[in-house]
Design a protein around this ligand. Structure first.
Ligand code: S3P
Length: 165
């Protein structure tokens, strides 16, 4: 059993939230959940298609429904989308880990196909602006801030385990 209800990963696109949430779920025998994947599964559509067809506002409403659900969950290692911090009652979901990296690092890490999946990263100037707007919000929400640059998944999992076990 973890000391905390759930652990939820936040951070900008490309910071490795899904990869680390999955690795931690295996390590601590938790349930791995991913807010983007839950929404994609509901509509059988990729996030980029949902944005294009239904709009960002629609996607944000779906994120809120996922958040409401997560508030009543236990034992999850949860990857959230980069904008998920804006949902109401975010603080009720669980222990929040912010995966922090510089914009330059994230940009280098994301391949063209990874950028194609992310409508809010298509335009680099806008993505940089969004990054700057979000920085403070991520820090405010975080119970733990981890600098992910040049660290392996294993190293990060060890650091998280020290804090939550
Ligand atoms: C978004 C991040 C994406 C996805 C959507 C919007 C954002 O998730 O939820 O494209 O607002 O930052 P990732 O952070 O997993 O790329």
């Amino acid at each position: 059993m973890m000391k905390v209800k759930n652990i939820i990963f936040i951070g900008f696109m490309g910071s490795g939230k899904s990869t680390i949430a999955r690795a931690l779920a295996k390590e601590l025998d938790l349930v791995f959940l991913d807010s983007d994947s839950l929404i994609e599964a509901k509509f059988d559509q990729k996030v980029s298609e949902i944005f294009k067809e239904k709009g960002e506002g629609f996607f944000r409403q779906e994120e809120q429904k996922v958040a409401n659900f997560l508030c009543s969950c236990n034992g999850g290692s949860i990857a959230s989308g980069g904008g998920f911090i804006h949902v109401l009652d975010f603080d009720k979901i669980g222990f929040c880990v912010y995966l922090k990296a510089s914009f330059e690092y994230l940009k280098k890490r994301l391949s063209e196909s990874e950028i194609a999946k992310r409508p809010l990263f298509y335009d680099e100037v806008q993505a940089k602006r969004l990054y700057n707007e979000r920085l403070n919000k991520y820090e405010q929400k975080a119970n733990l801030i981890l600098d992910v640059e040049n660290k392996s998944i294993d190293e990060l999992v060890i650091e998280i385990k020290k804090v939550i076990k």
